[in-house]
Design a binder for this molecule. Sequence first.
Ligand code: SF4
Ligand code: SF4
Length: 81
Amino acid sequence: MFAQQSQYLNLSKTTYNYSKKLKQFMARVISADKCVACGSCIGECPVEAISEGDVYTINADACIDCGACEATCPNEAISEA
Ligand code: SF4
Ligand code: SF4
């Protein structure tokens, strides 16, 4: 009984880790080397996944990989993960 529960928990953990990796793979990323913090991208994001800063960043958990931000970046700082 306990062995089955433990196997189930391990399987759940593995599935969770894979879905997390898949989510990161299906998100855009901002290159810290290229971003000049112009702010063009942030207003384009339909799910508010972009954060301001010295260098802008994308929250991979929130990003739906629509590409709207990438199209507005003047410095080609945004790309697929
Ligand atoms: S790809 Fe779309 S959802 Fe992801 S950060 Fe850019 S605008 Fe937002
Ligand atoms: S549009 Fe490009 S350069 Fe401007 S803040 Fe966004 S990622 Fe950085």
